[in-house]
Design a protein around this ligand. Structure first.
Ligand SMILES: *Cc1c(COP(=O)(O)O)cnc(C)c1O
Length: 230
């Protein structure tokens, strides 16, 4: 098992490097998040031992439980849908929250991080495909939301995140990644204070290479590292 996770990580690193080479990007500009939701702490420790330091979790309770039991010091990102009443449990435990899609949620994060004198790093999740089943601010409301969030003193907006519609044919996914990048460029051009658009979180196990070609700086890969989830 141990060998397998190390092997999977190595394969993904090679595919990231190849994708970067194809589009003339520096592989150091693409960070791999190992998405460990629904996977036990032991597998996270195996990935840590294989040199993977950054992990993504989607469920607050599961994350808190696991995070306490792990040997080692992984860096954590929170990537899942987040209920406002659960924000307090995440305070200080995660380096980047990818899934901020409404003012009420951001205000709660601002309040809790502010209490400890910290600034929360966040991404704004955009529902690029306008899917009712998915979280994220609609594309045409994203700029207004970013402008509102930018006024919160204990929030730092670092970019955008998306979970585009699934398609077997990866060329059908590409336009969604491009849309997110173009939206980030548009927001960047507004030069809003407290807003950076340096981070684009997009691409998962089946489509991370296309996402890299379209500008992803964070890719979120679960299955291709840890195997299928229950
Ligand atoms: C589960 C999940 C992933 C990882 O998906 P895989 O297809 O297993 O790579 C990425 N991003 C988010 C937001 C997720 O919830």
């Amino acid at each position: 098992m141990s060998v397998e996770i190390a092997h999977n990580l190595e394969t993904i690193r090679q595919r990231v490097a190849a994708a970067c080479q194809r589009c003339g990007r520096d592989p150091h500009d693409v960070q791999l998040i190992a998405v460990s939701k629904k996977k036990p702490a032991t597998l996270i420790e195996e990935a840590l031992n294989a040199g993977q330091t950054l992990f993504g979790e989607s469920y607050v309770q599961e994350f808190i439980d696991k995070q306490q039991s792990i040997n080692g010091t992984p860096h954590w990102h929170f990537i899942g849908a987040l209920q406002t009443n659960k924000v307090k449990y995440l305070t200080g435990k995660t380096e980047l929250i990818h899934s901020v899609d409404r003012l009420s949620l951001a205000s709660e994060i601002d309040k809790h991080w502010g209490k400890s004198g910290a600034v929360a790093r966040i991404l704004v999740q955009v529902n690029v495909g306008d899917e009712t089943s998915k979280a994220g601010v609609p594309v045409d409301e994203a700029i207004e939301l970013v402008q509102q969030l930018a006024t919160l003193p204990h929030i730092r907006i670092e970019g955008l995140m998306a979970l585009p519609p699934y398609a077997e044919d990866l060329e059908q996914v590409r336009p969604w990644f491009r849309l997110l990048r173009e939206l980030a460029e548009k927001i960047d051009s507004l030069n809003l204070p407290n807003v950076s658009m340096a981070t684009l979180s997009m691409g998962m196990s089946h489509d991370f290479e296309i996402a890299i070609e379209e500008g992803a700086t964070l890719i979120r890969v679960g299955t291709a590292i840890f195997g299928a989830r229950e």
